[in-house]
Design a binder for this molecule. Structure first.
Ligand code: 6CS
Length: 316
């Protein structure tokens, strides 16, 4: 059969590279074919998520920055300064975490989605029209965030005026000065030309972009054991590939940006400069627990314990 798979990005962006590897593996090892629908062909993330929930498509790449509106506990990925920064630890964490692969997976099931993989897409940086060194610099800045409530809390706590928007509206809103900032991993800042409509890049170290791949639950449950094994092996191959693929990607993307726009400023906040953002992050953490209650509190505890276990495993 033909399996339809929608992503939130273009084919040559990180989600697309993962999806292409997945497709290659499925097609080499079964009679199935995979048709990838890049961003823009089937709507925004909320639209493709719905299509996957109702089974109109079989696979979807859906990021917690959007899906957190549907499953509040997923907003744990958006908490500032909770995920580790080291790519090796992240790579281990997403693959081994029981909080992700058992507990959060069960929450996707309740939404008619079967979780296939979660993976990191790189460190998130702020790109803004004015330089950012401190929360005061975000005062009066309408800052675009993905549409989950916790991101609004985060950027308001950081001193900005958080403005949730679907992805398709971001470039135009920056161009028209309706917003003055946004956050995304470097590869995406480069590929989507965010640097054309913002002038300053700031490394705050507050988060890594997380995404997820899921299948329609009824479709997945109805697969033969052989097909389930094909899906699982394809996901393993794609995961390994996407981790390797991203090594050096941030630096390459930044070099391209500097070449395309020599006037761009790039600032890495020092520990001292990060301190007020870390302080604000505490409020966001309290807000997460307030929004998600005991269920979210348990997820957060498990999440942090799994991060610690991955850190020990990788660092020895
Ligand atoms: O900021 C966003 O909305 C988008 N960012 C990335 C890295 N992937 C897809 C998402 O829609």
């Amino acid at each position: 059969a033909e399996w339809k798979y929608a992503i939130e990005e273009a084919l040559e962006e990180v989600q697309g590279v993962y999806a292409q590897k997945f497709k290659e593996h499925v097609e080499a090892n079964s009679d199935h074919t995979v048709a990838i629908f890049p961003f823009g062909t089937l709507g925004e993330s909320a639209d493709t998520t719905e299509l996957a929930q109702m089974g109109a498509i079989q696979f979807v790449d859906l990021s917690p920055g959007f899906t957190g509106s549907l499953i509040p506990e997923l907003q744990v990925f958006l908490l500032p300064y909770v995920l580790p920064e080291e790519p090796d630890i992240l790579a281990d964490f997403y693959k081994t975490s029981e909080t992700i692969n058992k507990e959060l997976a069960a929450m996707y099931e309740q939404q008619n989605l079967h979780l296939i993989d979660m993976f990191p897409e790189g460190e998130v940086v702020m790109t803004t029209k004015e330089a950012v060194k401190a929360p005061a610099d975000l005062d009066g800045v309408k800052f675009r965030v993905m549409t989950t409530p916790l991101l609004v809390e985060t950027y308001n706590a950081f001193g900005a005026t958080a403005t949730p928007l679907p992805w398709g509206e971001v470039f135009g809103a920056l161009q028209l000065n309706m917003i003055q900032g946004q956050e995304n991993p470097m590869f995406f800042v480069e590929s989507t030309k965010m640097y054309e409509v913002t002038d300053h890049i700031t490394f705050t170290g507050h988060n890594t972009f997380t995404t997820a791949v899921a299948a329609n639950k009824a479709f997945y449950d109805g697969l033969s054991e052989d097909d389930k094994a094909v899906v699982s092996a394809a996901a393993d191959a794609a995961y390994e590939h996407i981790i390797e693929y991203q090594k050096g990607l941030q630096d390459e993307a930044l070099a391209k940006i500097k070449e395309a726009k020599p006037s761009i400023t790039v600032t890495t906040l020092t520990d001292e400069e990060r301190a007020p953002f870390r302080e604000a992050a505490k409020k966001v953490r309290d807000k997460f627990v307030e929004i998600t209650g005991d269920s979210g509190k348990k997820i957060l505890e498990g999440f942090e314990a799994d991060i610690e276990a991955s850190t020990k495993r990788v660092k020895g």
